[in-house]
Design a protein around this ligand. Structure first.
Ligand code: SAH
Length: 352
């Protein structure tokens, strides 16, 4: 991105139309450019062949089409996931992950460089926080991966990469508007999930946008004191406040909440945790996504983070079965680490 140029990938179609009128171009020309970008994945004005040469030159001069640059790509055969490493204009690094699962291909995207929340089990949290991503940088993760793997390949988008989406509210909402816009036949809103550690005022604000995407709460414990220990943000925004906001969200969107639950040995895998989960899930339309804890030892954490261990596999199975026996919908993948959220929670880039 160049300071003087407008980042085109972060604009809604409406905004682009207004800008086109300002540069003496007709509105439908904006639609054509949008179509090139989102439906044909063409980001170089020189290749937008139904535009006049003078318009193509104007586009080049006024807009930046490069929000991110791909710098690396890693395939993990054990998890069948593909990680994409991108560089921003100010030389920050962020990651996105493509996770295949049966007939789905979910792209997990980042919303911040690092994260301010400091959840004790999270690799990104250990890196600290640098800045919010721009709407264009959020959207470009999708566009660049789609260009590489094919647009139809990506069936779902989850906001579960680096950062807290609701603390980058503007970037998150703008990118959602772009993904779900009529013109951009990307991914249906029913297949987009925003995952949050729990920011109640922003959950309500998201409900009021009427974007109606799916919401996931990183729960990890039904008990306030334990939750605060593993997720310090719970001191500011308690679980009780979050549940109120979630009820508001569900009423507005007529959907159900996904509770993400990372299994930590001796901390949230006891019998009383089971009881708490059963009580909670009976109180609202919900399902639980159980995630085996992915070790963060490679980050060399000290204190409480350094002591965390995953619940043994047998206990995870038993835990899931007991929840199911109470008629709760539980998602649990067999292989450790191939879960969507787990793969995303692993994101950490050395050189931010
Ligand atoms: N800030 C948002 C989105 C990013 S974290 C949120 O908190 O929801 C995405 C998911 O990955 C969360 O459910 C988080 O709890 C989980 N996660 C993070 N680190 C993990 C780890 N080491 N092992 C397993 N899950 C992890």
């Amino acid at each position: 991105m160049n300071d003087k140029k407008i980042e085109i990938k972060g604009l809604s179609l409406e905004e682009l139309r207004v800008l086109f009128l300002e540069i003496d171009e007709q509105k439908f020309r904006a639609d054509q450019v949008y179509n090139w970008m989102y439906n044909n994945l063409v980001f170089d004005p020189a290749e937008m062949l139904n535009l006049s040469k003078s318009l193509r030159e104007k586009l080049d001069a006024r807009f930046s089409f490069t929000s991110l640059t791909k710098v690396d790509e890693q395939y993990s055969s054990s998890t069948d996931t593909k990680k994409f490493l991108f560089k921003t204009f100010d030389n920050r690094k962020i990651e996105s992950v493509l996770i295949p699962d049966k007939e789905r291909n979910t792209l997990c995207i980042s919303t911040q460089v690092g994260c301010p929340l400091d959840c004790k089990f999270c690799a990104t949290g250990l890196m600290g926080y640098k800045r919010n991503l721009t709407p264009g940088e959020i959207v470009d993760q999708y566009l660049l991966v789609a260009k590489e793997v094919g647009k139809d390949t990506i069936t779902n988008i989850v906001y579960m990469g680096m950062g807290e989406p609701l603390l980058n509210f503007k970037g998150t909402v703008r990118s959602l508007e772009i993904f779900t816009s009529e013109m951009n036949k990307a991914v249906s809103k029913h297949r987009i999930t925003v995952s949050t550690a729990g920011i109640p005022p922003k959950i309500r604000e998201l409900a009021d946008t009427n974007l109606r995407v799916k919401l996931a709460l990183s729960l990890h414990s039904c008990f306030e004191d334990i939750r605060s220990k593993i997720m310090p943000i719970n001191e500011k925004y308690s679980l009780a406040d979050n549940l109120d906001a979630i009820k508001y969200y569900l009423a507005k969107t007529k959907s159900r909440i996904t509770f993400e639950y990372t299994m930590l040995d001796g901390i949230n895998d006891r019998d009383e945790d089971l009881k708490g989960l059963v009580r909670l899930c009976s109180s609202m339309p919900s399902k639980i996504n159980i995630i085996p804890f992915n070790s963060i030892k490679h980050m060399d954490p000290d204190g409480f983070s350094g002591q965390l261990e995953s619940t043994p596999h047998e206990r995870i199975r038993e835990f899931a079965d007991k929840l199911r026996s109470k008629n709760i919908t539980v998602m649990l993948r067999d292989t450790q680490g191939d879960d969507i959220a787990a793969a995303c929670g692993q994101l950490a880039v050395k050189a931010l």
